[in-house]
Ligand binder design. Structure first.
Ligand SMILES: Cc1cc2nc3c(=O)[nH]c(=O)nc-3n(C[C@H](O)[C@H](O)[C@H](O)COP(=O)(O)O)c2cc1C
Length: 343
């Protein structure tokens, strides 16, 4: 985005709405406003009011009647595509997506006769077979997906969570080479029941402030919650989002003050980049954690009440971390040749 144009375009009208500069005259110009221009401006503002109401109505219908957002509905339509009709990119995404679900499933204690995880594991098998049938290259993430299915079979046999030993995790410190840290950042959903030291937490939070933001707004607030009851951190605790938030030694809620963002996506992008910054900083200090989606899946009202958060701060993303007690498989990455298009 052109930063200078974004800066000059930010003006508030008397209602606090952010508007484009081009829509607003300077003081000297305003004296010369014709009635037609005033009328046009009035109509534009009323049309914005109308859009606001329609948007609220649409959200209300999605939330209360359909009980599913439009975005979820649309993404589910893509999932209905038969595997045999998926193009290579969609198939690869589908494999990684189901692989992720299997990866999470096998980290639970298996209930006897439970059918949990059967569906993603079955779909993953089909998708992998389709990949081989079409003779697509055997990328690292294909082997990773197979390993996850191997874990799944062991999980069905034993009922025990398939968690890989954290000893395979390289030990990092502040002097660790950046490249190695980048390559080894990985989601961790089990932690040793020990607190993160204050100075390590401070270092992670300091690194957070180096994250870039659109137009240098740095509109984040990080709500840091420390868990005092670390004993619920056992291997049988599972990896559901609720339990993760409860058992993680530290949870950071990344909020963005949305008041000065006329762009639709920039606040989410700023929050996402902050999430990565936190996770890389934590990895570089021998810690490990997991990002977690917030936004519309998150009870913003309850969060605002609980932590006294102003309504204009939107909670996009969480990062929860501690000392890793597992090593998730890392070879899940897409191959550069499959994602890079030289233009
Ligand atoms: C925006 C975002 C939201 C995520 N939300 C969740 C979540 O709600 N629950 C969860 O267990 N993991 C979540 N993750 C972690 C991803 O599942 C994980 O990054 C992915 O499986 C790739 O694994 P890796 O982090 O080990 O590379 C999220 C990651 C990102 C980037």
């Amino acid at each position: 985005m052109d930063e200078s144009s974004a800066q000059t375009s930010l003006l508030n009208d008397e209602k606090g709405t952010v508007l484009c500069k081009s829509e607003y005259p300077t003081i000297s110009e305003s004296r010369q406003l014709t009635w037609t221009k005033r009328f046009k401006r009035f109509i534009r503002l009323r049309l914005y009011d109308l859009c606001q109401v329609l948007e609220m109505l649409s959200l209300l219908i999605q939330e209360k009647i359909l009980r599913k957002t439009l975005a979820v509905h649309n993404s589910q339509q893509a999932l209905l595509t038969p595997i045999s009709e998926m193009d290579r990119d969609l198939l690869a995404i589908y494999i990684r997506w189901n692989g992720h679900h299997v990866e999470k499933t096998v980290r639970y204690q298996r209930e006897p006769n439970s059918t949990r995880g059967q569906e993603p594991a079955g779909l993953l098998r089909y998708a992998l077979d389709e990949w081989y049938r079409r003779k697509f290259p055997r990328r690292a993430f294909i082997c990773w997906a197979e390993e996850n299915l191997g874990d799944f079979n062991k999980w069905i046999e034993t009922g025990k969570p398939q968690v890989h030993p954290e000893k395979e995790l390289p030990v990092y410190c502040q002097e660790s080479p950046v490249w190695e840290v980048l390559q080894n950042r990985v989601s961790t959903r089990f932690w040793h029941p020990v607190p993160v030291e204050d100075d390590k937490l401070s270092q992670v939070l300091k690194a957070a402030t180096y994250a870039p933001t659109a137009c240098n707004r740095q509109a984040w607030k990080l709500y840091v919650q420390r868990n005092r009851e670390l004993d619920c951190n056992s291997m049988v605790s599972g990896v559901g989002n609720l339990i993760l938030r409860k058992k993680a030694p530290v949870v950071i809620y990344i909020t963005i003050d949305k008041r000065l963002y006329p762009e639709i996506w920039a606040p989410a992008e700023d929050a996402g980049i902050m999430g990565l910054q936190l996770s890389l900083a934590a990895t570089s200090l021998g810690l490990g954690g997991c990002l977690m989606y917030g936004a519309e899946n998150f009870d913003q009202d309850a969060f605002q009440m609980e932590f006294n958060v102003p309504a204009y701060q939107f909670m996009y993303l969480m990062y929860m971390f501690g000392y890793p007690a597992e090593r998730t498989l890392t070879a899940k990455r897409a191959h550069p040749d499959d994602i890079v298009i030289t233009v």
